[in-house]
Design a protein. Structure first.
Length: 310
């Protein structure tokens, strides 16, 4: 029977799943000839990032940088390998310096995230301000409620629409497979297709829950700053974005700790509800890929322990 030796995280990639622990990350993809291929990577020690991840409120930003860099290499592997027929692989291009490559990937990932957050932060603020011309909708509290409601509407609508596309739907299915494997392992059951299939596709540690927490946390943070005039409102939204991200990460961490505490697990419900959109039920072939990736990660961890024992 397999048991989780340490908290394991993961993410869906093109036609596959990536799992990672504190020391390694392993991806498995189903190639276009139906074979499964893995990509294994030892996670480098980044002392400054490690120190930053221990600082409350700031650790969310450091975790975002690290996650963007680690996840991008596995996404690139999946994208590059899935569509190439076996035997037709092209030789790899010359590698640039690891630090330069890591910083570039991290910068692009974080920049994309902040651009998306700015769009989903400033647009709702602007749209909500249009209702301020109606006296009944011009109050500070009402304006913040309207803004948060518009954010939620845009978020759920966006996720629903992209989930209808074939590529994203399959990505969300692999996301579901990732959650099911972790839930199966953490429940102490043998890691089989049958057991994984009956496991929940929702998980408390899911990073997508972070999205909805930024909306909820942002609502309370923005209550303490003015909403009028519009330029002041937008300026505060931009200035407080790192604060909202940092606090939202702390809330996500809290939900992980509160999942087994009766009465407190309710704070995790919004994130779990969002996962009904960001995960889909996988088929057995997708579950097999997720199991393959998890078992490959466990082999890496076992090898590490064996080497440590000499």
């Amino acid at each position: 029977m397999k048991t989780a030796k340490a908290p394991v995280g993961g993410q869906a990639i093109v036609e596959g799943v990536m799992f990672q622990n504190a020391t390694h990350a392993v991806s498995a993809i189903r190639r276009n000839d139906a074979t499964i291929e893995t990509f294994e990577q030892k996670k480098p020690i980044r002392r400054r990032i490690a120190i930053g991840k221990k600082i409350p409120l700031l650790r969310g930003l450091f975790a975002l940088v690290e996650s963007s860099a680690n996840g991008a290499s596995h996404m690139n592997f999946a994208s590059d390998r899935y569509g190439v027929n076996p035997g037709e692989e092209e030789p790899e291009e010359a590698h640039q310096g690891q630090l330069t490559k890591w910083l570039g990937v991290a910068f692009i990932g974080v920049l994309s995230f902040f651009f998306g957050k700015l769009l989903f932060t400033l647009l709702p603020a602007f749209l909500a301000s249009l209702f301020s011309y109606f006296p009944a909708l011009s109050g500070h509290l009402i304006q913040n409620i309207l803004e948060a409601s518009i954010k939620l509407t845009l978020l759920f609508t966006y996720l629903y629409l992209i989930s209808l596309t074939p590529l994203v739907k399959r990505l969300f299915q692999y996301h579901g497979a990732e959650h099911k494997v972790i839930n199966c392992v953490e429940s102490g059951r043998p890691l089989t297709v049958e057991n994984v299939r009956t496991s929940s596709r929702l998980h408390y540690r899911c990073g997508s829950s972070f999205l909805i927490f930024t909306v909820i946390v942002g609502f309370f943070v923005y209550l303490i700053v003015p909403t009028d005039p519009l330029w002041v409102r937008l300026a505060f939204r931009i200035a407080l974005l790192p604060v909202v991200i940092g606090l939202s990460f702390e809330v996500l961490q809290l939900t992980n700790k509160a999942q087994n505490i009766k009465g407190l697990r309710v704070i995790a419900l919004p994130g779990l509800w969002l996962q009904y959109l960001t995960t889909k039920e996988p088929d057995d072939s997708q579950i097999e890929v997720a199991i393959y990736a998890f078992e490959a990660l466990e082999k890496q961890e076992d090898n590490l322990h064996e080497n440590a024992l000499g």
